[in-house]
Design a protein around this ligand. Structure first.
Ligand SMILES: CC(C)(COP(=O)(O)OP(=O)(O)OC[C@H]1O[C@@H](n2cnc3c(N)ncnc32)[C@H](O)[C@@H]1OP(=O)(O)O)[C@@H](O)C(=O)NCCC(=O)NCCS
Length: 396
């Protein structure tokens, strides 16, 4: 295989078709099932967008009411899930906590399934599992933040919508509509983004006919990395390091001289700006007004102008969402779990799509290790030689 045939990082490789979302880097646009994401963020509650991603169409009032009634039964965490979380060290990363909790939910739900084949599930079972995780994740995220802050957990409230209940369980106060609206928009913007690394991970795991929970656990692991979901957390660390707008120029001089990546900027697909940023920046602006924090805007705009001016690399969604979550009161470590709570919709939609049209995902590699060699004094046994001559019998 020629080196030119290898697409490092699978850059530019079209791996399959999807009907879930369309990213167009030329027009900087993002469509979920045909709808521009900005339009959905301006008009829809997050759970209606979840329905759209799973079913292909926006729900009628009756369909949304039925989904809400079913989802609310999953909001409260099972005692075993709380115990699994409580046994983890208080200073473990909340993404590790989330991964463990989802794994526990899966183990409980799939208990009694005799073989791995029985765990795969029908389309209906997997839709129900998707809704289960969608409804339970806010409880896990809120439980984790309160646990780290040595606060009592707060039970979910049935009558509250998704975003209000999420904020209620985290902070124990009825949230202001400005905050609910900004939060709802952020969830919609983070919901789906075609074959990004975590979604692709979920699809790879699904392609082996493993179960939905295993695919989501793997996706959480992929999202944890700072080149993917971990960037929103990293943006706040950068803001903390810089301190105020006055320090941007010397800080950036140092950072670029030491070849640091500036978190929250750049994107594998969008090279001329991330289509989601203007909507999230508008939501951040409403929060800056609401909390009266012009200093945040100052730092945000100064760093953006300096970095874009020098490198021509534009902010991605993590740049405005990091400070927005900080203003709402989420601790920095909770930012990537918030991304999980949103992206569970896209991941599970892709898992359903992969199951409906499956092919095992198994690429090839070009070998550039040592040529064949042998251990001094080793006498080959005839069985090993026989298998080497029948490679189809060796396990992958
Ligand atoms: C997202 C990201 C991994 C995309 O990577 P990519 O498509 O592989 O782009 P590249 O790494 O090839 O970038 C091309 C050039 O721009 C530079 N660059 C890209 N993003 C940069 C950033 N955020 N800060 C500094 N330099 C950056 C690279 O160092 C590279 O420079 P070089 O050609 O001198 O080596 C990358 O932009 C990044 O690491 N961003 C910061 C993390 C982040 O915000 N992730 C969230 C993504 S939604």
């Amino acid at each position: 295989m020629a080196d030119t045939d290898i697409k490092k990082g699978l850059a530019g490789v079209v791996a399959d078709v999807t009907a879930i979302s369309k990213v167009n880097p030329d027009t900087n646009s993002l469509l979920y099932r045909g709808y521009p994401v900005q339009e959905l963020a301006a008009t829809q509650p997050f759970d209606a967008v979840a329905y759209l991603l799973w079913h292909g169409e926006l729900p009628t009032d009756e369909q949304l009411a039925a989904q809400r009634a079913e989802g609310r039964q999953y909001r409260a965490l099972a005692p075993e899930v709380k115990t699994a979380i409580d046994q983890l060290p208080l200073d473990c990363h909340p993404m590790d906590e989330l991964r463990t909790a989802v794994s526990a939910i899966g183990a409980i739900d799939l208990a009694g399934k005799g073989s791995v084949l029985d765990a795969v599930g029908t389309v209906e079972e997997n839709r129900a599992r998707s809704l289960h995780l969608f409804a339970a994740l806010p409880s896990i995220v809120a439980y984790g933040q309160r646990r780290r802050q040595h606060l009592e957990p707060i039970a979910p409230r049935e009558e509250l919508d998704y975003s209000s209940n999420f904020l209620w369980m985290t902070f124990g106060e009825e949230p202001d509509p400005v905050v609910v609206d900004a939060f709802n928009r952020s969830m919609i913007l983070y919901a789906e983004h075609s074959f990004n690394a975590s979604t692709f991970t979920a699809r790879v795991i699904t392609s082996t006919l493993s179960d939905l929970y295993s695919a989501v656990v793997g996706a959480i692991g992929a999202l944890k990395g700072p080149l993917h979901g971990g960037a929103n957390e990293a943006v706040l660390h950068i803001f903390d390091e810089i301190g105020s707008a006055d320090n941007v120029v010397p800080w950036l001089d140092d950072a670029l001289a030491s070849k640091r990546k500036i978190m929250g900027f750049g994107h594998r697909v969008y090279k001329r700006g991330d289509s989601r940023v203007p909507t999230m920046k508008a939501a951040l602006d409403t929060l800056i007004d609401f909390y009266d924090r012009p200093d945040v805007l100052d730092l945000y705009s100064t760093l953006e102008a300096e970095f874009v001016g020098r490198k021509g690399i534009y902010p991605n969604l993590d740049y405005p969402s990091g400070p927005a979550y900080n203003l709402m009161g989420f601790d920095t470590l909770t930012f990537t779990p918030l991304f999980v709570a949103a992206r569970i919709t896209g991941w599970t939609a892709h898992i359903l799509e992969q199951q409906a049209s499956n092919a095992l995902i198994r690429p090839l590699s070009a070998y550039d290790g040592p040529d064949e060699r042998h251990i001094n004094g080793y006498r080959p046994d005839t069985e090993a030689i026989a298998i080497a001559e029948r490679p189809e019998e060796a396990a992958d």
